[in-house]
Design a protein around this ligand. Sequence first.
Ligand code: FAD
Ligand code: SIN
Length: 484
Amino acid sequence: MIPSTVIVVGSGLAGLTATIQLLGQRIPVLMLERFSHPGGNSIKASSGINGAPTPFQPIPNSDSVAAFHDDTVTSAGAPLVAASGAEKTRRQNLIETLVGQSSGAISWLADEQGIDLSRVAQLGGHSFARTHRGAGKKPPGYDIVSTLLGRVTGDELFRMETGRRVTKLLREAGGQVSGVEYTYVRDNETVVEKAYGPVVVASGGFAGDARGLLARYRPDLAGIPSTNDHREGTQPLLQEIGAAVVDMEHVQVHPTGFVDSKDPEAAVKILAAEALRGEGGILVRGDGRRFVNELEKRETVTHAMMEQAKEFPTTARQWDVNLVLDEGAAAALQMHLGFYTMKGLIRQTTVGELAEEIPLLHGALREYVDVVSEKTKDPFGRQSCGHWTLTEVLPESRVYVGKVTPVVHFTMGGVVINERSQVLDGQGQPIPGLWAAGEITGGLHGQNRLGGSSLLECVVFGRIAGDEAAAFYQGLDGQCLASS
Ligand code: FAD
Ligand code: SIN
């Protein structure tokens, strides 16, 4: 007889968070991960996680749950405005849960898991600095995921099976989800197996599914590079057993993926973290002219890049834009800068050296330093200049520059959940025995997710999913769901 367990699909932040909640209540967890290495996209996260208010935010701290709520609602836009009745309430509940539990999520990571989140940046669409990362050498996604992996590994109630691709959810005649079917390769043969138990699905989004779900829902994005490696979306597995999906057409195109001069047409690009702009970086066109408030919402910045910069006549669809930092911004991001310069994606140079290559840069910088020193208002409406310190632009002024282009990054759409992380069917009813958290879910972010709110949703709804699955499992009173 196989011992009863809760099954967690996916080893990213949402899956790990749910697992910690389950193990904390001494409930056995079987984690199934399709790749050979754990961590998903979560391990790549580069700017950090949102929370408000927290003790790490700059003092005096006027940020609040209400301000974070308003920013999230504004960013979510049309799908939230257009929703009515139960659907509107559901979306509002998700947002209220996200922002209301954000401060608790930061303290869970920092105080209970011991993760450094002491640096805080202001990202696009936020009215305060509230995106937290560590001060050390590890990027936030790696730091958070590796710490949580360390927590669960070695627990006798935890088993992770990598190289296992879940292909089906099992639903009993009575409607309850009773387990999953999965495949793996052994001795060059594909093996199909089943595991039994309540299921938490945390298998991420479909921004890497260029030929599958992306082509189906957003064919217009074909050819735009991505920050996501190839990976099929898993929403259809849940739809097969009756789960509803929402907002599948809302796909986030992040403004800044690095164009690597060694492989300029690469379909998968390294992300230029939004924190680079948050800490002071600016965007200029190929000729050097500034054209947008770099801390606008992502959809706005991306739109401006596509409208105002030159599109290259290449196979990959990309636009000619430079990201420029001064020494102050660079100093605030030493770990990031070290990595990007090592990869050859950003170089240190001087304004004088760039004069021929980016002819209008000198003038654009002169205008911008007047904004920083508050001599003039920013014509594009930028309010926060981060750690930019350059106040006099000379030929020898040191700057850091890299080529960037918009990249498919995140999928706002996904399976419908309620604020208890229960997966809902087409009639709005919870499917018993099934929860979902993280990027697999949809509706929370509307048409535009705020930077830093994905890691946050993984923690907030991962914890809820873990607690709900634990209560359900305990309600089963240790009954074994295994079939012989
Ligand atoms: P993931 O972390 O993607 O994990 C899902 C896991 O499920 C994967 O390991 C996958 O292999 C596995 N899986 C998928 N299908 C199956 C299957 N059928 N069977 C078994 N396993 C399966 N967000 C922020 O908030 N802040 C940031 O700074 C930030 N930076 C980012 C930087 C990059 C480069 C990228 C790509 C994204 C970034 N994001 C950031 C977004 C954020 O990282 C992700 O949206 C979030 O981590 C998703 O977490 P998740 O747990 O839902 O999914
Ligand atoms: C980034 O570092 O720009 C990604 C942040 C996010 O997607 O939230």
